[in-house]
Write a protein of this length. Structure first.
Length: 307
């Protein structure tokens, strides 16, 4: 038996609970891992709310929270290639196993070995934030010297996008709340505080001819304010707001496979995709870790250190 943090039904934070569960049995194309570190993401509380279907693997309640983790392979299911018992790995829990737990199952095609020199803590941040940053910038495919706007730069994905973009010699303007300024400016972002400035006006002053690309992480009204700032609406890429085609833009094309994980890990080793980890919580403090992300008060990436 191992401890897990999850939810007994769909709803808000009130449905969350700690519970014990037997070690999951890895199914076809799954690996059982001992979790060292789990990443915390907005998608976690969105799934708990019941607003997104299809990522629970048909598992009964209570369900474990979390989508990404790093740990050690304890067992393999059938049809697992390239991963062995004892390997240090990181990846996605795409079949509903969750990651806020002592043990869990990861989807083997969406899991990779942790390369030597990369910590489990950093590796646990890469499946969501790291690969998203790679995907949006590959999709934009802008040349060195181009200027992008990262709308909502202060979170884990936003800072990953900004750092990788700067490594590609792009000029980065970012929007966020006052609390997000320090971390954004520390990596070279020209910051616009949406609580103190007219974002569209301030951005036009900085880039009068319009942005070569816009990466949106805020969605909603905020997306609609900044989308007209793009020179070409097709170069507005949204990570969370699927209504972006209505504005002429595109939704991010996600690649969750092992190859993209391995690429993200190489970029992390090279320092081009270094996550800004601002909080490390023990599993016993998982409620606070998720609450910080759900309330939008966190800057950078929050992780849960389990082992």
């Amino acid at each position: 038996m191992g401890q897990a943090w999850g939810f007994g039904r769909y709803g808000g934070p009130e449905v969350q609970e700690f519970f014990d569960r037997p070690d999951p049995v890895p199914g076809r194309s799954e690996v059982l891992i001992q979790v060292d570190v789990a990443g915390v993401n907005p998608l976690d509380h969105i799934l708990r709310s019941g607003l997104v279907d299809g990522l629970d693997g048909g598992r009964p309640f209570p369900r474990v929270l979390g989508m990404e983790a790093a740990g050690t392979v304890l067992a393999r299911g059938e049809d697992v290639n390239g991963l062995e018992v004892g390997d240090a790995v990181f990846g996605f829990a795409l079949t509903g196993g969750g990651t806020y737990a002592e043990t869990t199952v990861l989807s083997a095609p969406n899991t990779a070995r942790i390369p030597e020199g990369l910590s489990a803590t950093v590796a646990a941040t890469l499946p969501v934030a790291g690969t998203t940053a790679v995907d949006v910038l590959d999709q934009l495919s802008l040349p060195a010297g181009a200027t992008i706007l990262v709308n909502g730069v202060g979170g884990g994905v936003g800072l990953a996008v900004a750092r990788l973009a700067i490594g590609r010699e792009l000029r980065v303007i970012g929007t966020g709340s006052t609390a997000k300024r320090e971390h954004a400016e520390a990596i070279g972002v020209r910051f616009i505080d949406y609580t103190a400035e007219d974002v569209a006006g301030a951005a036009r002053e900085l880039v009068p001819d319009g942005f070569d690309g816009i990466v949106d992480l805020a969605g909603g009204t905020s997306l609609r304010k900044v989308a007209p700032l793009a020179q070409d609406p097709r170069n507005v890429i949204a990570v969370g707001d699927m209504s972006v085609p209505d504005l002429g833009g595109r939704f991010v094309e996600r690649r969750l496979d092992r190859e993209n994980l391995e690429r993200s890990a190489r970029l992390a080793l090279e320092g081009l995709l270094a996550p800004v980890i601002t909080a490390v919580h023990p599993l016993s403090d998982a409620p606070a870790a998720l609450a910080t992300v759900e309330n939008g008060h966190t800057s950078g990436k929050v992780v849960i250190k389990v082992a």
